[in-house]
Design a protein around this ligand. Sequence first.
Ligand code: SER
Length: 592
Amino acid sequence: MKANELRQKYLKFFESKGHAVIDGASVIPENDPTVLFTTAGMHPLIPYLLGTKHPSGTRLTDVQKCIRTGDIDEVGDASHLTFFEMLGNWSLGDYFKKEAIAWSWEFLTSKEYLGIDPDRLAFSVFAGDADAPRDVEAHDLWRACGVKEDHIFYLPKENNWWGPAGITGPCGSDTEMFIITDKPACGPDCSPACDCGRYLEIWNDVFMQYNKNADGSFSPLTQKNVDTGMGLERTLCILNGQTNVYATEIFADILAGIEELSGKKYTDHDEYTRAFRIVADHMRTATIILGDRRGVTPSNVDQGYVLRRLIRRAIRFAGQLGMPDGSLGRISSIVIDQYKDVYPELEEKRAFILEQLALEEERFDKTLTTGMREFEKLVARLNGSRIDGPAAFHLYDTYGFPIEFTLELAKEKGFEVDTEGFAACFREHQAKSAAGAEQRFKGGLADHSVETARLHTATHLLQAALRRVLGDEVKQKGSNITAERLRFDFSFPRKVTPEELAEVSRLVNEAIAADVPVVCEEMPVEEAKKSGAIGLFENKYDSVVKVYTMGSFSKEICGGPHAEHTGELGTFVIQKEESSSAGVRRIKAILK
Ligand code: SER
């Protein structure tokens, strides 16, 4: 089976069961300050799982671009990827366990779809605890499909519960589906819970009927939802009986490109295997981030920082493989060609992607030159032959000089490096930034509180006012809203003057004082465009979008939470205007 066949079959099957095929969302979440990237198919759908009406109905299916970088250092092994695609289908308060299970069974076993031998399938269901009961219903539904008793396993929360994606939000017990491999059971207790390799998970049906609250308790959601997820790369690998994701067709062209540029052969098991995989994985992810409609550029904060890290790591490992300068663009072009039919934005942004990669290569080169100079200074000052941990960390932290380079140079020149001391400084630094991140995310995932809705509404007014004062070249580049403040990034080539900012504030407060209703209308995206609505036209040509209008002041396509009247907003105060990245300004503001 090939990737495209799996995507097509999945969407076609769920379309035949009354699901609307929707576009996957951007890989950079809108209106969710708690995470940097979209991590699951359900993530952009959180407002709808919580009860907001979705314009395409109550049964949805899509392919979602997902990024998870928590395990970036594990990339290079057989299974970790920083980018993957998730196939999913959803019931928003529509069908529940009975249909979800029957359809999962049909898709897995029917000859027309995956055609898996039923004897090769196993299932896990939730064993029950104080928060939610044992899922006898799911068990019985699998039995009714014809599954043998010894192919169903009751497992505890650590295995059979999914979510919330952040700290709070929708979650529930799940039932997971596994392929049984030829590996013999590892013992009498062998089950899908162990990682001996006998059971490989391919799909997950989550019965999302609870909300996890900030105090850790669970309350029932107003509607019972189904959220399912099938990882495309992983499932392809398992269905085709391959032992690692890099053996799938998905990586064939990319690895061949690296072979050609490096003059080395990719194998599953030699000293270069890891470097090949890291370059392949990181360039795929970097291309997807740069080529997203909400794509960012490399920087030292948030998504831009992750992107920078991916590119620089790819450069380092490309160097190990002996790939010449400028190779990244060549690999990225292969990724664009491979994915442009599924994600047309990649083709639209091809020139931008290649330009940004070349720029980042140049910048990294400069960093290395500075780092080497600092290294020389450091060793010239040294008393003895040992570089201590804090000194090595300083090179890394202040000059961005990778520790691997310090180690290599030190070795060449006969110095030792206190790597444990470096690791200690590194851990301390990480602990500090983790504490910062927790602070920042204390609002919890998908905070759809009244405060957030108000600040979000104020963001529409802010954008409208900026366009009036500065001109139509102002376009939204990003926004990040918590219950306390809003942050809005927009394209504009220079600093906004205090006078201009004062005028922007005055216009926003005037629109608030007018106390006009916030009107929501649903219409096809083309009609929205014609009506003069601004916003990201990232949806399919014929898809239906929500357009929010506030008097004659603002008209914008949006999916987020809103206030009902502008009068609810209070007083709008700009706290700061600063540069965000080249050609992009950032405004921070609050409501009093
Ligand atoms: N949210 C679940 C997952 O990520 C199912 O889609 O596995």
